[in-house]
Write a protein that binds this ligand. Structure first.
Ligand code: GLY
Length: 408
């Protein structure tokens, strides 16, 4: 029998050891989830890139079509940066030079995108490819491409509106009666502007990004902090002519990926500006998403929070992956917040067999169950390259946070 003194020493020691064991297990299980996902992603992307390399062509996979074939996109497609971007992230996660070599090859194929001026997505395209090459492998020569691309994007800035016009009035957009459509997704393209402003010293790029963020803050959000997809502005006086959707269920509904672009976009704007209003707003979007009665238990949203047939509606894994990235970053700005825990739960759900494909299936993409655009009848409940890209980004941010390293 232990005496009282021994017991009194033993009990705290036991408690301490339980705490250490619990932390150790937590660390182990976190390590396992990252390592397990990296192993899976490497296996899938090895199969995917082997097929592409063996074709002798430069192909850029975006999704899987109804007939099961992989759809490859031209370099002016808004999704063309995500495939090279995923290879940069695999290089970062593994340190394997093979992924760096592939990332360089598929990034540099996008060189002429820096001159693209007919839509706003140059930020996604050059950001996920060249900007990651600069960050991850210190490719200083990529700065020129990044600055030129940002200057191309700046040609879409409309001073009367104080925002970047997202889409030209052409194709299906021409049927909507819009004058200057600005979509919430456009917030993501501001990262390119902020980065390019740093390298070039061109404060115009910074000012455009800030103006765009402020205009969007003023017009895109409802009282409950959900956002519209498209605000159509008057080019004459800058007023909002229409508050519409393009990819959501209805004008007044909340399209899931739009909410994800919003929370990521304002978190990123806080990173570059230190303007607390942006971080506060990201927190408001968090409250909308995570208090929503139709957000499922596993935190992977339906494609629209107001889709009429919930719970029999497709989920959007891409929205969840984008949101997880934002939450990891928010957790670094706001200690003792629930953000990391929520992001971990999302990553856990996406890592489960419900969303993560078996190796050799799913066109060799990592995640299943994303939605491109239901109103256009495109990409319904399919793998999409940006879901994989942001999932890998979330893994990097989680790993860095848990190692106590800066996440960017
Ligand atoms: N930026 C287009 C989309 O989110 O589908």
């Amino acid at each position: 029998m232990r005496n009282k003194l021994q017991q009194s020493k033993w009990i705290p020691a036991l408690l301490l050891s339980l705490v250490f064991t619990a932390c150790g297990n937590q660390e182990k299980s976190n390590k396992d989830i990252i390592a397990d996902n990296v192993e899976n992603a490497v296996a899938q992307y090895t199969l995917m890139t082997d097929i592409i390399e063996q074709s002798g062509k430069i192909l850029n996979p975006r999704t899987v079509l109804e007939d099961g074939s992989v759809s490859y996109v031209p370099i002016d497609d808004w999704c063309s940066g995500f495939f090279p971007g995923s290879m940069w992230y695999l290089h970062e996660l593994t340190g394997d030079k093979k992924w760096e070599d592939l990332a360089i090859k598929y990034t540099e194929d996008l060189d002429s995108v820096k001159h693209l001026k007919w839509h706003h997505d140059v930020g996604f395209m050059i950001g996920s490819s060249y900007l990651n090459g600069l960050r991850i492998s210190n490719k200083q020569e990529y700065k020129d491409v990044i600055v030129t691309a940002a200057q191309s994007l700046s040609t879409r800035f409309r001073p009367t509106v104080k925002a970047i016009q997202s889409w030209d009035i052409r194709g299906w957009q021409a049927e909507r009666g819009w004058e200057c459509p600005v979509i919430i997704d456009n917030m993501m393209n501001l990262e390119l502007m902020f980065e390019a402003a740093k390298f070039s010293g061109d404060s115009n790029l910074y000012n455009i990004a800030v103006d765009h963020a402020n205009t969007t803050l003023a017009n895109h959000f409802r009282a409950d902090n959900s956002c519209y997809h498209v605000i159509d502005y008057s080019l004459t006086d800058g007023s909002a002519r229409n508050k519409h959707t393009a990819q959501g269920y209805a004008h007044e509904s909340s399209w899931a990926r739009g909410q994800a672009w919003a929370i990521y976009g304002y978190t990123m704007c806080y990173r570059y500006t230190g303007d607390k209003r942006y971080l506060d707003h990201a927190e408001n979007v968090y409250k909308f998403i995570f208090n929503h009665e139709r957000l499922p238990e596993d935190l992977i949203p339906y494609w629209d929070y107001d889709a009429p047939e919930i719970p029999n509606e497709p989920r959007d894994a891409s929205a969840a992956a984008v949101t997880a990235c934002a939450l990891y970053e928010m957790s670094t700005y706001i200690p003792n917040s629930p953000y990391k825990e929520t992001a971990d739960k999302i990553v856990e759900s996406l890592s489960s067999p419900a969303y993560r494909a078996e190796v050799g299936t799913n066109g060799n993409f990592i995640l299943m169950h994303s939605v491109g655009s239901i109103p256009h009848g495109h990409e319904i409940d399919v793998p999409i390259n940006y879901a994989d890209y942001y999932f890998l980004e979330a893994l990097i941010k989680k790993q860095r946070l848990e190692k106590g390293e800066p996440i960017l």
